[in-house]
Design a protein around this ligand. Structure first.
Ligand SMILES: Cc1cc2nc3c(=O)[nH]c(=O)nc-3n(C[C@H](O)[C@H](O)[C@H](O)COP(=O)(O)OP(=O)(O)OC[C@H]3O[C@@H](n4cnc5c(N)ncnc54)[C@H](O)[C@@H]3O)c2cc1C
Length: 279
């Protein structure tokens, strides 16, 4: 097993561009909380680990010209403690609060949560609702991808073997915005989401304005409920309308039955929880 720990982003990009990285099914290690579990318990094979967690330039949260930028190695604890996020993206801050326990939050990174591509990843629905953009870097250059174009299925993304996710960015939410994340698990903490939701809209108006709805764990990837958003956008808020919208949202999902819950239970929970959040 080859293990290398670069301390600069440039070194990391050069390492993942080497033919031996691809040949050895090389993996970037950020916090390791998904990768090490896959290696230890699920027989995942890799012959090369590039440990990125010492690269300081990839960690931190800043606001510039109303845009929030988060380095991919920023930990869930950093997200939780960030006053900037509590003010400008409360839904993401809430997702960090619901995330595992302190030991895991201290190791887990936002980049790892995204790149692992679980449809139940807690930080992803808030980022969908925020309309986040991902910065993907390689020695060849930079490309930017909207988060809803990044995932191809469970565990699958558009990331190329020589690319890294370096930064996540989105516009800061105006103070008049209602923004929430809700996770339904088998217990309050240390549980994988059965269903998760993130909702954002302008709360100044009596109409739904700038509405964004993201749903987790109810399809092969996290999804935006675009049909539901279009149905509600511009309409006067009422519980009757919300009930109709929640049924549209159910039809946008394609949940599976697994050990945590049946597909029918997931549909029912999307309907009930979305109605609750929108009301
Ligand atoms: C006990 C326990 C509890 C957990 N609880 C939760 C929970 O409540 N909610 C939740 O959503 N998840 C949970 N998880 C899953 C995990 O902690 C998260 O998904 C975490 O955010 C992964 O981040 P990491 O930095 O540890 O990723 P790693 O394991 O280091 O990496 C995950 C994958 O992403 C790739 N990768 C990482 N960073 C990059 C990058 N910058 N560019 C390209 N590829 C990259 C790695 O190569 C690897 O394939 C839990 C895990 C455990 C073990």
């Amino acid at each position: 097993m080859i293990y290398i720990m670069p301390i600069e982003k440039k070194e990391l990009l050069e390492l993942v561009a080497q033919p031996q990285f691809k040949k050895n099914n090389g993996q970037i290690l950020a916090g390791g909380s998904d990768l090490m579990v896959k290696i230890e318990h699920f027989g995942f094979k890799t012959g090369m680990i590039v440990d990125a967690k010492g690269i300081k330039s990839l960690r931190g949260i800043v606001k510039k010209d109303n845009v929030i930028k988060i380095g991919s190695l920023t930990t869930v604890s950093d997200l939780l403690e960030s006053k900037l996020l509590a003010k400008n993206a409360p839904n993401l801050n809430q997702a960090a609060k619901n995330f595992a326990a302190v030991q895991i939050r201290n190791r887990s990174t936002i980049g790892g949560n995204i790149c692992n591509a679980s449809p139940a990843a807690d930080l992803v629905p808030p980022l969908y609702a925020l309309g986040a953009k991902l910065k993907l870097e390689s020695v060849k250059g930079i490309r930017r991808v909207n988060i809803d174009k990044f995932f191809k299925g469970p565990g699958k993304t558009v990331l190329k073997p020589d690319e890294i996710l370096s930064e996540i960015s989105f516009n800061a939410l105006p103070s008049s915005t209602f923004s929430r994340f809700y996770k339904l698990g088998q217990r309050e903490s240390m549980a994988i989401a059965i269903v998760s939701l993130s909702v954002i809209f302008n709360s100044n108006e009596n109409k739904f304005k700038d509405l964004r709805i993201a749903l987790g764990a109810v399809a092969p990837t996290v999804i935006r409920a675009y049909k539901t958003e279009r149905f509600l956008e511009g309409s006067i808020r009422s519980s009757e309308l919300v009930e109709k919208a929640a049924i549209i949202a159910v039809n946008e999902c394609s949940p599976i039955t697994d050990v945590r819950g049946s597909a029918d239970y997931r549909r029912l929970m999307v309907e009930r929880l979305l109605a609750e959040l929108l009301n």
